[in-house]
Write a protein that binds this ligand. Structure first.
Ligand code: HQG
Length: 188
């Protein structure tokens, strides 16, 4: 059995190689972001960049991960990150109808710039939005004093902006213009 601490360490390692830097362990992802699990295990263990990795530990992390960050292919042979990539992969997500309001958690020091130029994907493929304010709060807290922005997703969609929902329930869009952003949740 893996301990919670080992699981967190493996989750961070998998995020690093599956979202950002597969070449760090000489791994290649297919165009849709999938890695062969046997190859991942062999190369991760050769690299010495994480504790010993095996199939059971990977399955354990996939099943218990708090945000369901990783997904196995139907045949169980491959793994990919559900969202958050900085490298170019095509997750083949279908455009989806968003709820009227979505939330984006950020740090207070970014708000002025966001209200001027809108939300940009920065290093990632998309701007990440969540359906719950609690999630947005946790996301914002990673960078400083958290601020929750309310996004008029329904209106954006009506006006032609595309939205996608990742396999783990994160809402994604290309950018959000300032006119669709309110600096605090509407109901607070
Ligand atoms: C900010 C985590 C100034 C934006 C989370 C954010 C998420 C601007 C930061 C996922 C800006 C980018 C993504 C602008 C955006 N001016 N700052 N115009 N536009 N920003 O980490 O959304 O735990 O790339 O507000 O849960 O924080 O890794 O994006 O603060 O789902 O699975 O630029 O990562 O998931 O930061 O987080 P990030 P994010 P995991």
């Amino acid at each position: 059995m893996t301990t919670p601490k080992q699981r967190q360490q493996i989750s961070k390692f998998l995020s690093f190689v599956l979202r950002h830097k597969p070449e760090a362990i000489d791994l290649t992802l297919d165009p849709n972001g999938w890695a062969d699990i046997d190859e991942l295990i062999t190369k991760a263990n050769q690299s010495g960049q994480t504790g010993t990795l095996d199939r059971m530990a990977i399955e354990d992390v996939v099943a218990t991960n708090d945000k369901k960050r990783f997904m196995l292919s139907e045949d169980g042979l491959r793994i990919r990150a559900s969202q958050g990539h900085s490298i170019k992969v095509d997750l083949q997500l279908e455009p989806a109808l968003p709820p009227e309001l979505l939330y984006h958690g950020t740090a207070s020091r970014f708000v002025e710039s966001i209200m001027q130029e809108g939300l940009k994907p920065q290093q990632r493929h998309h701007v990440h939005l969540s359906q719950e304010t609690a999630t947005a709060h946790d996301v914002g807290q990673r960078y400083g004093k958290p601020v929750i922005l309310t996004i008029q997703a329904g209106l954006m969609h009506q006006q032609g902006c595309r939205f996608y929902r990742s396999d783990n329930g994160v809402w994604l869009t290309d950018q959000v213009l300032p006119e669709f952003i309110q600096p605090a949740p509407q109901n607070s």
